[in-house]
Ligand binder design. Structure first.
Ligand code: UDP
Length: 328
């Protein structure tokens, strides 16, 4: 079976590509390398450096490669940026997904796994969040992802497509090999930013808000290891390759940790204290986001293999050996 992975050179995409190759799939990657890293890709996969805005090129690739399904990771992901430059997000996320779907339809490829996000829920009315919890995104990034979910579902409803939609909570950690990991520019995610303190790349970590209605006043999130996430992709892929079915799952551990708890766990893992400073709340942050992953467990037998300590340990291994990311 051959799978096309868009954004395969990115953080989550590159971990999924590894898992696909290990599971015996042939893998073709499309990545414009604007954020992705060519060195993150294993030699077994074929890379097309291409942008999804070029529908004809995507169609050509799909026609030549004759893939069985697409995993669609590529997207603009930074929430703050989405509020400053919305049109870029609608262009890069919504328009480019439409381009991909049109090219897939023309080439007769009709199975897609779509990377969605907990951000589609906005401020949750219920925690933990189930697949059918109310979706009311509070930022442009979340709105683009919800639009793409809707488009995919509409195409499926007229029989043109089978989909698996996975809504990620807080992806974190790195592959156990220590060869691939998180390298964003700029970095905005909590765990890599905390680990910059013991790496002496920053003096302290700013805690965005200590007055939330949570046990210690800091925001609670559900951190999920990137390999647990990649495993879920393989399970969902196998499900939609096997049968003409559609599915959507929330992909988190089901456990919430506050920002303070994450910092404390990082201190334990690295074995030194980490300076913190209280900072104002970050616009658009919900107090608590925790997944209910029971549907994924029940239907596909998915199990979380990495707890928070293992997530942070794997991240620390990567950042210690790659303090400048892929630039070593
Ligand atoms: N956060 C923080 N300081 C930072 C970065 C993040 O306090 O320098 C908090 C942020 O407000 C949120 C949590 O850490 O409550 C996780 O943020 P991240 O950006 O990693 O993921 P998000 O939940 O926004 O997807």
């Amino acid at each position: 079976m051959k799978i096309l992975v868009t954004g395969g050179a990115g953080y989550i995409g590159s971990h999924a590509v590894r898992r696909l190759v290990t599971a015996g799939f042939e893998v073709v990657v499309i990545d414009n390398l604007s954020k992705g890293h060519k060195v993150a890709l294993p030699s077994e996969c074929k890379l097309y450096v291409e942008d999804l805005k070029n529908q004809e090129k995507i169609y050509d690739i799909l026609s030549i490669e004759k893939v069985d399904a697409v995993m669609h990771f590529s997207a603009s992901i930074e929430v703050g940026e989405s509020m400053k430059d919305p049109i870029h997000f609608y262009e890069n996320n919504v328009r480019n997904t439409i381009n991909l779907l049109l090219a897939m339809t023309r080439a007769g490829v009709n199975k897609i796994i779509f990377s969605s996000t907990a951000a589609v829920f906005g401020d949750p009315e219920e925690v933990p969040m189930k697949e059918d919890s109310k979706k009311a995104p509070t930022n442009v990034y979340g709105r683009t992802k919800l639009m793409m979910e809707t488009i995919i579902k509409d195409l499926a409803s007229v029989g043109n497509l089978n989909y698996g939609i996975l809504r990620y909570f807080n992806a974190a950690g790195a592959d156990d090999s220590g060869d691939i990991g998180e390298d964003h520019d700029p970095e905005t995610h909590l765990i890599p930013l905390i680990l910059q303190v013991p790496l002496k790349q920053r003096d302290k970590i700013f805690v965005f808000g200590r007055d939330y209605p949570t046990k210690d006043g800091t925001c609670i999130r559900d951190y999920i290891h990137v390999n647990d996430l990649a495993d879920a992709h393989i399970l969902v892929l196998e499900k939609i390759l096997d049968a003409k079915v559609n599915c959507e799952y929330n992909l988190g551990s089901g456990n919430g940790y506050s920002v303070n708890e994450v910092i404390a766990m990082c201190e334990e893992v690295v074995g030194m204290p980490i300076n913190t400073e209280e900072a104002p709340r970050r616009a658009g942050d919900a107090p608590i986001l925790v997944a209910d992953p029971s549907l994924l467990k029940k239907e596909l037998g998915w199990e979380q293999k990495y707890n928070l300590r293992k997530i942070i340990s794997s991240s620390w291994k990567w950042h210690k050996s790659h303090p400048r990311g892929y630039n070593i």
